[in-house]
Design a protein around this ligand. Structure first.
Ligand SMILES: NC(=O)c1ccc[n+]([C@@H]2O[C@H](COP(=O)([O-])OP(=O)(O)OC[C@H]3O[C@@H](n4cnc5c(N)ncnc54)[C@H](O)[C@@H]3O)[C@@H](O)[C@H]2O)c1
Length: 425
């Protein structure tokens, strides 16, 4: 029997929601975008024209959408972190199922509120933990499930964010000031890593966590003596500072465009002069040492599991290279992988003294670079299976599967604020 496509309304038409919505272009038999809710007029028009539905199916908010009779199967919620819960509740109460961006809540109270609504209404809600779909982590999961490395004793995840990403998101950008964005750096950036740790540990549940970290580098007292307040306005270091907005953004206008040039998105080919004008006044043109950033730039987390197994996560902001690595050590062997280098190395015990261990390397170099290594597409396809057949893959993260990863982060941040005090789940 031919199945009908899942019909979806975009709630918050930013670059993340569009990454999932665009799946419908290549797979019109699986996904059809039929509406949008976003206060931004340009983005509403953009989505309406791209997917071809009437003006009557465009709304300025979740509340306005929820006042209409339900006219689609699901809502794809790609709003910003701090409004995930308030925008989700009206449409979940209306009976929509949902694909919801991470983090699905920014504190424990919000988490409980949203889970209560989902439990009461019985909505299917999947969280966008895209890295579970990246071939690197999927191969690790399958190796663990096969029993190849025995029982997991320890997981070490490392995220080197990189100086340019740190600058754009966590010093100058949208996730730099916790009072404005309502998230910590660990929640905004490492939500995926802690989720992966929980997923790879399977039925072994976390029981306690402790964490330390700080804002080490980008503070006014560390500013070079002759630095100005804005790179392109009053700074003599503009041509040689590693963090110069000119060098990072103006000289490479494509590298962080969805964030830095958002104000120019309705202009087809912006000129250098238009970009320069943006940087003269926007947050992205500020001196890195003189911003209102208050989130950490490095943090370490230690998790203890019920079995006695342990996990650590190390976040470092200003690294030269953006890199996620992972080690998983089991009773029969170990796994080492690098996300960006696209390989997984598995060593298993072999008592032959000429060998001591066997090694196999999974080469994933053919994995695409874009869309989290093809994971955005795989996640959307799996969401459709989750909605249509209730038969998603091992990577599928329902809201219930995502709770432990969120709780660990809330407690890790509490621990960090209390000098590493152990927090119990
Ligand atoms: N899964 C991932 O790997 C990944 C990667 C990056 C970002 N994210 C997450 O994706 C989410 C979206 O990020 P983004 O960069 O696409 O954001 P964005 O700012 O580009 O888009 C958010 C959209 O929401 C709209 N909006 C604002 N208030 C609204 C409201 N009340 N109702 C409806 N819409 C509203 C805005 O106009 C905007 O179009 C964030 O939660 C972010 O943390 C996830």
């Amino acid at each position: 029997m031919t199945k009908k496509p899942v019909t979806a309304i975009i709630l918050g038409a930013g670059h993340r929601a569009m990454a999932y919505a665009d799946y419908s272009a290549a797979h019109p038999d699986e996904l059809k975008i039929v509406g949008v809710a976003d206060p931004d007029e340009y983005r509403r028009k953009f989505v309406r024209e791209r997917f071809g539905f009437p003006e009557s199916q465009c709304f300025v908010s979740a509340e306005e959408l929820a006042r209409e009779p339900k006219f689609a199967d699901v809502v794809i919620n790609g709003t910003m972190d701090e409004i995930h819960v308030e925008t989700s509740i009206p449409v979940l109460e209306k009976g929509y199922d949902m694909l919801l961006e991470k983090p699905f809540a920014v504190n424990e109270e919000e988490l409980d509120r949203l889970v209560e609504v989902v439990n009461r209404n019985g909505n299917k809600v999947m969280i966008c933990h895209v890295l579970r779909y990246n071939p690197v982590y999927l191969n690790i999961k399958n190796s663990i499930l096969s029993g190849e490395i025995g029982d997991v004793i320890n997981i070490q995840t490392v995220e080197d964010v990189s100086y340019h990403h740190l600058s754009t998101s966590y010093v100058r950008g949208k996730w730099a000031n916790s009072k404005k964005c309502h998230t910590s750096m660990l929640l905004a950036k490492c939500c995926h890593d802690l989720d992966l740790m929980m997923w790879l540990m399977g039925d072994d549940k976390p029981v306690s966590v402790s964490s330390v970290g700080s804002r080490f580098h980008f503070r006014p007292e560390n500013a070079p003596e002759n630095s100005g307040t804005r790179c392109l306005v009053d700074c003599p270091r503009v041509d040689y500072c590693d963090y110069s907005a000119k060098r990072l953004y103006l000289d490479h206008p494509d590298s962080w465009e969805v964030y830095v040039w958002r104000e120019l998105e309705d202009i087809e080919n912006p000129t250098d002069e238009q970009r320069r004008e943006i940087l003269m006044k926007s947050d992205y043109g500020r001196c890195m040492f003189k911003c209102d950033n208050d989130v950490v730039d490095h943090q370490s987390v230690l998790v203890n599991f019920a079995s006695g197994a342990t996990g650590t996560h190390n976040l470092t902001g200003g690294a030269a290279e953006s890199l996620r690595t992972i080690r998983v050590i089991g009773t029969k062997g170990e796994i080492y992988a690098e996300l960006e280098k696209k390989f997984v190395k598995i060593k298993t015990i072999n008592p032959d003294p000429k060998k001591y261990f066997d090694e196999r390397i999974i080469d994933l170099s053919k994995t695409p670079d874009e869309g989290h290594g093809g994971a955005d597409t795989a996640l959307t396809a799996d969401f459709i299976k989750f909605i249509r057949d209730d038969n998603p893959s091992v990577s599928c993260t329902s809201i219930h599967n995502s709770i432990a990863g969120h709780r660990i982060i809330f407690l890790a941040d509490k621990s960090r604020e209390n000098n590493g005090q152990v927090m119990y789940l």
